[in-house]
Ligand binder design. Structure first.
Ligand code: CUA
Length: 196
């Protein structure tokens, strides 16, 4: 199809007109390059998804942002770190203009951690650099992310979704501590390192 018929030369084209065969060749070349790039991008997504547990968050749970502070899961006394009976950890946080509540979370190293967040106002971002944690926090929905911290340290937790005038100052932190430093485990107790 893209072969040039050399036996019966076509009449000369006017100046500046490119032969159709040359255009077809160029189009096919670019199509092959695009398909190659697409293949590379899909491979990157699959490899990082499998090896680093980088998955698009897909939790769909709704909550009323107007009343969430009045009771239930996101009432003030239920925020922070809770140790579940199986020694895994659930951290509940609220994102609001322009802070996370609580603004410091303490987590034992090595424990499976489930973060549950929601917003009272606009869309915020929840990111822990150098981990698989990165999601949007959308009012009306509960964002849930699971991870495990393999080494102790302090992780900065910037809001990474533009949320208004004070966005640049909106950040919190996560302190990952050796599990023996973790306070005695009372299922009903919530802990944080936020300054009161
Ligand atoms: Cu909250 Cu940006």
């Amino acid at each position: 199809m893209a072969e040039i018929d050399t036996k019966s030369p076509s009449p000369p084209l006017p100046d500046g007109i490119i032969p159709e065969e040359a255009i077809t060749r160029a189009e096919n070349r670019w199509l092959a390059i695009m398909l190659g790039m697409l293949g590379v991008m899909i491979a990157v997504i699959v490899v990082t998804g499998v090896s680093n547990s980088l998955h698009p968050p897909s939790n769909v749970e709704t909550i009323d942002p107007v009343t969430l502070h009045l009771g239930g899961e996101f009432a003030e006394n239920n925020l922070g770190t809770a140790v579940d009976p199986d020694a895994s950890v659930t951290v509940r946080l609220i994102a609001e203009q322009y802070a996370f509540v609580p603004d410091c979370t303490r987590i034992p190293v090595g424990a499976p951690v489930k973060f549950r967040l929601t917003s009272t106002d606009v869309i915020h971002g929840f990111l822990l650099p150098a981990t698989n944690v990165n999601t949007m926090v959308v009012p009306g929905f509960i964002a849930e992310v699971r991870t495990t911290f393999s080494r102790p340290g302090v992780y900065n937790m910037p809001c990474n979704e533009f949320c208004g005038y004070g966005h640049h100052g909106m950040s919190a932190r996560v302190e990952v501590v050796p599990s023996e430093q973790f306070p005695p485990q009372d299922a009903a107790e919530r802990t944080s390192c936020a300054k009161q």
